[in-house]
Every structure is written in structure tokens, then in C-alpha cells.
Design a protein around this ligand. Structure first.
Ligand SMILES: Nc1ncnc2c1ncn2[C@@H]1O[C@H](COP(=O)(O)OP(=O)(O)OP(=O)(O)O)[C@@H](O)[C@H]1O
Ligand SMILES: [Mg+2]
Length: 272
């Protein structure tokens, strides 16, 4: 259940009280998920049922007569609380794999199960729900909305989940504090550095308390020092917040920090 995940602070940001198991998300008031899920523990990293199961994934892109086999037969299991890195040269299929795991695209063969839901056979509204409730995305290009402040950007997913404005504002500020940007809540993206923008994007990805954070080259546009800062943040999210992270990266520091790392090559994934 989502609410068995530790909240970002000991007290719930909106109510000031503890987040009670079984009462649904305190952020958006949605009912608790019906299906029981294993309890996750801070020290029991990698315990319990897999959060992500990828089996025999195949994806072929066709542009006119040309075919590109981006993934030929990829399998992967990720357990709750793990930080898993996928590396591979440009064009190896990393983004393709992450997009398929997150239900942003459909494979030609194989299946993906996230939090017990079969992503590969979910209808469009089920995918929307999954991306709203279970998965947070972070992209290399940050993807912040230029005319909104940092806090408003973080609040976008909450707005989509119809969280009232006051709650949204409070939760956005709590999340910005989590990524060390409480003093920058009212600044627009262009008034922030690249690393700060990426931290806002991570805060936004965490807005709906996702169990799974999918990060596609989150340090790709950053200098190595700022990249390390983002890496430490991802690491802390896994350790302290119980978030499970799958990251595609060329960044050696991020690869080293991962619990497990894989190499994607010729459409296949192998431990590295
Ligand atoms: N929409 C698409 N249409 C056609 N071909 C595509 C499409 N998306 C990706 N490809 C091709 O699939 C292969 C894998 O692309 P993908 O973006 O997954 O690689 P990547 O490992 O993420 O690369 P990078 O490190 O540059 O981001 C590439 O050969 C790419 O050209
Ligand atoms: Mg990519």
C-alpha cells in the first residue's frame, strides 16, 4: 500500500499528524489500494516481492523500410528499496526500456509488471492512473514549465490529482525542502541553476509519493560536481524515503552508487 511508505517527514505535511496506514493518501485523499502489498522496511533493502518485473521485452522501431531493434529480449527484476542503474552507449535502448517500464510506450513482445499491475496490458486510463499514483519520472532535460515558480512546478502533479491549493502549496514546499531548495520556492526555472532545476524536477516527480522513480540520465546535462549532488539525493531517497529508483546513466559515480548495475548492449541487458 502506498501509505506504508514512510512519508517525507515524520509528520504528515498536510494534516500535521502521522500518516495512518490504511486510510489512503493524506495528500490527495484517494482511497487505499485494495491489493495487499508487502511491508517495506528501511533496513530490509531489496526484501519482499519485486516492485518491477520485466520479462522478455522486445521493442522494434520501424521508420519506413528501416527497422531498429531497440530491445531484443530484456528481463529485469527490481525489488522495493533498490537503486538500479542501467548503462549503455547512446542509442543502446536505455530510454526505450525506461519508457516501457513506465507505460509511456508499448512493447512488441514481453511484459512489464509494476506494483502488481501488468503495465503492458493496461488500457490508457489505467496507465494514466499508474503514472499518477505509482511512478515518478525524471528526465535529462528537467521539463519544468518556465512560467511557473519552483513550488508551482512541483505542484503540477498534485493539481492533476485535484489536491486543493493550500495543501498543494504546503506539500510542494515540503518537497522542495527535501531536495534542499526551500529558499528557492518562488523562483522560476530560468532563475535556477541546472542542478537546482533538476532537483525541482525530482521534487515534482515525488509529489504524489511514487513508489518507483524512473530517472533517465538525470545528471546528463550537469557538471560532475552537481551530478554528484543529484546522485546523493537519489541515494538518500532510496535510503531514507524507501523510494525504488531505476536510473539510466553514463555517470560512473551514479553507477557505483547503485545496488545493482546493468549494461544494455545489442538489445540485451546483462549485469555489469
Ligand atoms: N520513436 C522512435 N522512432 C524510431 N527509432 C527510435 C525511436 N526512439 C528510439 N529509436 C531508436 O531506438 C534506439 C534506442 O534509442 P534510445 O533512445 O532508447 O537509446 P538510449 O540508450 O536512451 O540513447 P541515449 O543515451 O542517446 O539517450 C536508437 O537506435 C534510436 O534511434
Ligand atoms: Mg536516452
Amino acid at each position: 500500500m502506498r501509505e506504508q511508505r514512510p512519508a517525507p517527514s515524520p509528520q504528515d505535511a498536510e494534516t500535521g499528524g502521522p500518516v495512518e496506514p490504511g486510510t489512503g493518501s493524506a495528500v490527495d485523499g484517494r482511497p487505499a489500494a485494495a491489493e495487499p502489498e508487502p511491508r517495506r522496511t528501511h533496513d530490509g533493502r531489496g526484501d519482499g516481492e519485486p516492485l518491477v518485473v520485466v520479462e522478455g521485452l522486445r521493442k522494434v522501431y520501424r521508420t519506413g523500410p528501416r527497422e531498429v531493434v531497440a530491445l531484443s529480449d530484456v528481463s529485469l527484476t527490481v525489488r522495493p528499496g533498490e537503486l538500479v542503474a542501467v548503462r549503455g552507449r547512446s542509442g543502446a535502448g536505455k530510454s526505450t526500456l525506461l519508457n516501457l517500464i513506465g507505460g509511456l510506450d508499448r512493447p512488441d513482445a514481453g511484459r512489464v509488471v509494476v506494483a502488481g499491475r501488468e503495465v503492458t496490458s493496461l488500457p490508457e486510463d489505467g496507465l494514466l492512473e499508474l503514472r499518477r499514483d505509482v511512478i515518478g519520472f525524471v528526465f535529462q532535460s528537467f521539463g519544468l514549465i518556465p512560467v511557473l515558480s519552483a513550488a508551482e512546478n512541483v505542484g503540477v502533479p498534485l493539481r492533476l490529482a485535484r489536491v486543493p491549493a493550500a495543501e498543494r502549496e504546503e506539500r510542494a514546499r515540503t518537497l522542495l525542502a527535501l531536495v534542499g531548495l526551500e529558499a528557492h520556492a518562488d523562483q522560476r526555472p530560468y532563475e535556477l541553476s541546472g542542478g537546482q532545476q533538476q532537483r525541482v524536477a525530482i521534487a515534482r516527480a515525488l509529489a504524489n509519493r511514487p513508489r518507483l522513480l524512473i530517472a533517465d540520465e538525470p545528471t546528463g546535462q550537469l557538471d560532475s560536481q552537481t551530478g554528484r549532488q543529484i546522485m546523493r539525493l537519489l541515494h538518500a531517497l532510496v535510503r531514507d524515503e524507501g523510494v525504488t529508483v531505476i536510473v539510466a546513466t553514463h555517470d560512473q559515480a551514479l553507477i557505483t552508487a547503485a545496488d545493482r548495475h546493468y549494461h544494455l548492449h545489442d538489445g540485451r541487458l546483462t549485469p555489469s
